[in-house]
Write a protein that binds this ligand. Structure first.
Ligand code: EPU
Length: 416
């Protein structure tokens, strides 16, 4: 198993190119199941989760070819509308095949995802929405068996805001009979990116970017070309890394308007941020100031940035209160950050970090994707060497993070 070795205390300077968004690329790949034509996708990030999704889709018969920088998908010969447990257990986003398969082929068999390191994460809202559209759903032996001769449009109000739930139902509704209204829809930029692709494929969607999506089903969707939006969480992660280590870095191929809530918090820490259409620059001199926040759905502060900003708070001046409202168990990084000398206490959904003047490197263990990113940030700020074990979590969602960080002066190596 690969490890990362980081010797902290180096200022970062230079430029980093941001990749396409993991959480946009995953549903967009699944949209390849919705048409017999070709989808040409640009800016697809090279990540473990993307490779896992490709493997799953290929197993169903979707053809996927790399042509230069493009990924070409063709769903002419789908032969097996099934997502087996072995795949779904390694990546929960596999549930995103359910809506497209059911809508286009009238049936799907998808393993029920189990719990995961950050919470129980049920998919009841995906199922409830598809049932409201007329699907017959049977849960048996750990699998969701779904059938519907033809899905019908209806009004669906989800109990909570769900990102992949909104994506699944939007894809299903694109090929249903009549109009579907999704109330309480997620407004995350990745949902909008998928909606824009679906429109390019011939779908009729109104209210894109809002919490009420009106989708009028069409008999078939056609091929399209699309470039995946920038990864706002990768962007935010590197901004935190520079804020923690100090320095002056420009991030290219990204947009500040995708992460206003994070940019505002980073400004409160004392970082100077400037941006243009497709770049963000962060300059940090001196010690950051602690910042409190509460995670909420977009456009609020993203849960996927909670661990990284917490890492910054560990070395900040003052204390901060962080409230995680999206997932029940997303504080697995706290014990590891404390091993580096941080002073964080958790009480239910609240974490209080008392900033310390310095962290000291130690061996630590990555527990999930964003937790791993927080350990990298802490390692860059710590004195001495931090050895991070189980970085396969990091590789699921960050494209060669150590290469990008080395290029701006970090002392970081992958140990194979
Ligand atoms: N929920 C339910 N029932 C459902 C669906 C969701 O109870 O049917 C609950 C969840 O348990 C959670 C909350 O609703 O407490 C929100 O979950 P959501 O469905 O929005 O999460 P998700 O779609 O499974 C996506 C991202 C996550 C990100 C969350 C929240 C993808 C592939 N994953 O997950 O990304 O944290 O939205 O923004 O888009 C990550 O990239 O590290 C990551 C975990």
């Amino acid at each position: 198993m690969d490890k990362l070795s980081i010797t902290g205390g180096k200022r970062l300077s230079g430029e980093i190119t941001i990749s396409g968004a993991k959480n946009a690329a995953l549903p967009i790949l699944c949209a390849g199941l919705l048409t017999a034509d070709t989808l040409a996708l640009a800016n697809v990030p090279r990540l473990q989760d993307v490779a896992t999704m490709q493997k799953l889709l290929r197993q169903m018969g979707l053809s996927i070819e790399e042509k230069g920088d493009l990924l070409e998908l063709c769903g002419r010969d789908i032969h097996s509308p099934e997502a087996p447990y072995e795949m779904v257990k390694t990546m929960r986003a596999s549930i995103l095949v359910l809506g497209p398969l059911l809508a286009r082929f009238g049936e799907a068999k998808v393993s029920l995802p189990g719990g995961c390191a950050i919470g129980s994460r049920p998919v009841d809202q995906h199922i409830k929405g598809l049932q409201a559209m007329g699907a017959e759903i049977l849960i048996e032996a750990g699998y969701i068996h779904a059938r519907a001769k033809k899905l019908r449009g209806t009004r669906i109000v989800t109990d909570m805001i769900t990102v992949t739930g909104t994506e699944n139902l939007m894809m299903a509704a694109a090929l249903a009979d009549g109009e579907t209204v999704l109330e309480n829809a997620a407004r995350e930029p990745e949902v909008t990116d998928l909606a824009n692709l679906l429109v390019a494929m011939g779908a009729k969607i109104e209210g894109i970017g809002s919490d009420r999506l009106c989708i009028t089903g069409v008999p078939a969707l056609h091929g399209a070309s699309h470039a995946v939006i920038a990864d706002r969480i990768e962007t935010g992660t590197f901004l935190c890394a520079v804020a923690a280590a100090g320095g002056d870095v420009v991030l290219r191929h990204t947009r500040a308007d995708l992460l206003d809530a994070v940019v505002d918090k980073l400004r409160e820490t004392g970082a100077v941020l400037t941006s243009g259409d497709d770049w963000i620059r962060l300059q940090m001199a001196g010690r950051p100031k602690a910042v409190g926040f509460r995670t909420t759905e977009y456009p609020g502060f993203p849960t996927d940035m909670q661990a990284q900003v917490m890492a910054l708070n560990c070395i900040a001046e003052g204390s901060s209160r962080i409230i995680e409202t999206i997932f029940e168990n997303r504080y697995m990084h706290v014990q590891e950050l404390n091993r580096l000398g941080a002073a964080i206490e958790i009480d239910g959904h609240t974490a209080v970090a008392q900033g310390v003047p310095r962290l000291v490197g130690a061996p630590v263990m990555a527990t999930d994707l964003r937790a791993s990113a927080s350990l990298v940030i802490a390692g860059l700020a710590a004195e001495g060497t931090t050895l991070i074990d189980r970085i396969y979590h990091l590789d699921r969602g960050y494209d060669r993070m150590e290469v990008k960080l080395s290029a701006v002066g970090a002392d970081i190596q992958r140990i194979r």
